[in-house]
Structures are given as structure tokens and as C-alpha cells.
Write a protein that binds this ligand. Sequence first.
Ligand SMILES: N[C@@H](CCC(=O)N[C@@H](CS)C(=O)NCC(=O)O)C(=O)O
Length: 322
Amino acid sequence: MGLLVEGQWKDQWYDTESTGGKFVRESAGFRDWVTPNPEARFAAEAGRYHLYVSLACPWAHRTLILRKLKGLEEVVDVSIVDPYMGEWGWSFSDAPGAIPDRLYGFDHLFELYQKAASGYTGRVTTPTLWDRKHETIVSNESADIVRMFNSAFDGLAAHPERDYYPEPLRHDIDAINERVYHDVNNGVYKAGFATTQEAYEEAFETLFATLDWLDSRLAEQRYLAGNRVTEADWRLFVTLVRFDPVYVGHFKCNLRRIADYPHLSGYLRELYQMPGIADTTNFDHIKQHYYRSHGTINPTGIVPVGPALDLYAPHGREAVGL
Ligand SMILES: N[C@@H](CCC(=O)N[C@@H](CS)C(=O)NCC(=O)O)C(=O)O
């Protein structure tokens, strides 16, 4: 675990001392956009962009889901890092489920960032969207990559008719995303990476208050923004699917499991059972990454064997909201 400082790799853990024990996520360093406009610097083209992901990472997972649902697998290819993140950060290997760097054969993801910007200072994160033409990083912000995949490649996608950010629902989706991001997606990290009791408890309480709110919302409506699946659902899904296997134990988010929530549990199963989604979810990478990579939280690196999950059980959501 570390970061680049003026282009040099420094091995260091998150600094929580200056923030009273709280984990504060940094903003992404590259925020350009692929657009359908052929004149643009980053124009949508088949075979031009490459996505670097970790299958463990919830932020990368949401981009893989949009790529799958939009039918972009032939348009944007991927490399998949090793699940273990050690002193050199993310690295490439031929571990099961990993795909070594297809473009440059690099050993570590930070080498890609050095290639994009030689004096770069910042974290080296997944997902990272790479442009073969300009040999640089377009974006390492998953929320933006999700939106690009939703619409920028529609001229090339197998499913241009699918829209996960529909115009009339944007206001609601943005509002839901905002709360889910702070309290749930990042909330589990705030609980897990806290280094004071107070910081942990604050994150814990907010997290479960928001899960309770989501559960009651899902009692009345089938999906977060109404009767159709939107990006708000996929952004929540990636945290829910990691919750019982990892966040309950490793991040001490243990008031309740998702399996204990009457509506969130069926909702999670329904999303998981949608065509293609299980293929994007790799529980081995998920568990290996968290339990082995965070030495301050789990010094032995032992990966728990359980829990037993039954995500293929009937979800029973057909009549909700009718
Ligand atoms: N804002 C980023 C966050 C991405 C992120 O933090 N990814 C994690 C993996 S789950 C990472 O690569 N962490 C490495 C680090 O922070 O050094 C996004 O949503 O794309």
C-alpha cells in the first residue's frame, strides 16, 4: 500500500493521524471523459480504451457491471490485478482470475501511472481507464467511468437501448447516490479504517441508519429509483455483495448482516441473479484482497472460510411496488 510522490513510489498506509482517526478518501487524479464526438481528444472508438481493474474493488466492480450490461466487452478490454495489494500497491500476476497487464507487461499498476504522467503525485487506484492512442489515463474515477460506459459508447455497444441514468430520474438518482456513497460505499471503509473508537462508532451508526432507510425504501419499491434498475442500484449492489463476506467481520460492520434485512437481502439476490452479474463477482478475489492486504487490521492474513451465502435462493421481489 502506498502512493506516488513526484513520480516515485512511497510505501505508506493511509494517514489518519491528522484527521482524528478518520479515514478520508482522496479525490481521483485523472478526470477526463470519453465522448461520442469523433473530433474530441478522447473519442469513443472500439479497441482504443483499456480498463485496469481489481475484482476485489467495489469501485472497479461498478464499471465492470456497466461494461457487461451495456455489452461493451468487445469494445473495451480489461487487465485484472492480483487480489493482494502489498508494499508495491496493485500488481499483475497470473493468479487464478487475474489477467496480467495486456498493454505493457508491467509488474505494478504504478508503472502505468508513471507512464501517463512522469511527475504524478497521488494514489494509484482501480479502476483506471487507459487510452491506447494518447498513451495516458483518461480517468481513475469510477463514478465517471460508469457514466461514460452508460452512454459514450452507444454507437458501439451491443445494448445501446439500456440506459441506467435516464433523464427523468437523474435528480433522484443523484440524491440517492450522494447518501449511499458517503454512508454506505465509503461508510464501510470509514468504519474499517478508523483508528479511534469515536471515528469507528460514528461511521458505524451512520452506516446502519442508512441501511435501515434503504431497507424500508425497498419495502415499497422494487429498485432504488422506482420500478427500473438504474446506476444507483449497481452502485449500492457492489457494497451489499461484499458486506456479509467481508465488511461484517473485517471492517467490524456487525450490527446486522444484509441477510438479516428483510428487503435488502432479496434485493441483493435479485440483482445478483440478473444475467451476467454473477460473472463480474469474484468472491475469492474479494476475500483474499481485504483479509490479506490490510495488515494493520488483520495481521495474520488469515482468510475466513465462511460465511455460506445463498445468493441463488428465490428473491421474491416480483410483486414489490406493483
Ligand atoms: N474514487 C475512486 C476510488 C478508487 C479506489 O480507492 N480504489 C481502491 C481499491 S478498492 C484502490 O485502488 N486503492 C489503492 C490506494 O488507495 O492506494 C473511484 O471510485 O474510482
